[in-house]
Design a protein around this ligand. Structure first.
Ligand SMILES: [Fe+2]
Ligand SMILES: [Fe+2]
Length: 250
């Protein structure tokens, strides 16, 4: 194994010893984008994914900052790396397995780049269940699939929970909401569903799509349990409801 990199800059505002430098983080962001390119992901989608990954990373940095909850130096590093890598296989691989697959790939890349086994493995654990369920499924799907047997949430670590909740939180932001609408637009099944609703309610397909995305955002809200994240989630949700009030009341 390569030597552990040991001169992180102060951007990561923490007090103890840290293993990875900012350039390394930038390199990892680029590695993830390269992975998308090499797996023939559309340029538009790559842009969306990169934005999403950055948004999750920003939330993670915010919630693990000194003024927020007490995540320690190591946990903060794990969370930031997990945010960078968490959706690396989301589009190119099996969607339901993108937690597990992503975790494995992140661990490999990190170790190849001199990150200690311990850190790389912790990152992998945080990614493995970033969709929440024990089975590695997104909470909603797992509920459908496993019914009452589904226990939620089951995380291996508190960092994993934080990363997961930050990931969900993005759905409740204007940018994340746009991404959901775009994905619905590009999905045949969803499009048909939205057309049906549009006809029934005498609204446009776009409006039907917004209503459905709002519904799923509301469900996501119920998966957020960390108090400091929940507060922001509720704020985002109120804003969204205000924005689409006329449509909701139709
Ligand atoms: Fe994901
Ligand atoms: Fe994500």
């Amino acid at each position: 194994m390569k030597e552990i990199v040991n001169n992180f800059e102060e951007d990561i505002r923490i007090n103890g010893p840290v293993e990875i430098r900012n350039e390394a983080l930038q390199k990892f962001r680029e590695v993830v984008e390269e992975y998308y390119v090499n797996n023939n992901v559309d340029a538009d989608l790559i842009e969306q994914l990169a934005k999403h990954n950055q948004q999750v990373e920003d939330f993670v940095r915010d919630y693990s900052g000194e003024d927020k909850e007490s995540f320690d130096v190591k946990e903060r590093e794990i969370a930031i790396l997990a945010a960078i890598f968490h959706d690396i296989t989301k589009v190119s691989g099996d969607f339901l397995d993108h937690g597990k697959d992503g975790g494995r790939i992140a661990e490999k890349i990190l170790q190849e780049n001199g990150v200690s086994f311990e850190l790389a493995h912790s990152v992998s654990l945080a990614i493995e269940r970033h969709m929440g369920g024990e089975e590695g499924y997104p909470g909603r799907m797992a509920k459908k699939e496993f019914g009452k047997k589904f226990k939620y949430p089951i995380y291996k670590t508190r960092v994993a929970q934080m990363v997961y909740e930050c990931d969900i939180l993005t759905q409740l932001t204007p940018e994340g909401f746009e991404k959901i609408l775009l994905l619905r637009e590009n999905d045949e099944e969803n499009r048909i569903e939205d057309e049906k609703v549009a006809e029934e309610k005498r609204i446009t397909r776009k409006e039907a799509s917004i209503l459905s995305a709002l519904q799923s955002a509301k469900e996501s809200l119920s998966f957020i349990k960390m108090k400091f994240i929940e507060e922001d989630a509720n704020k985002f949700w109120d804003e969204m409801q205000k924005k689409y009030r006329d449509l909701i009341e139709k």
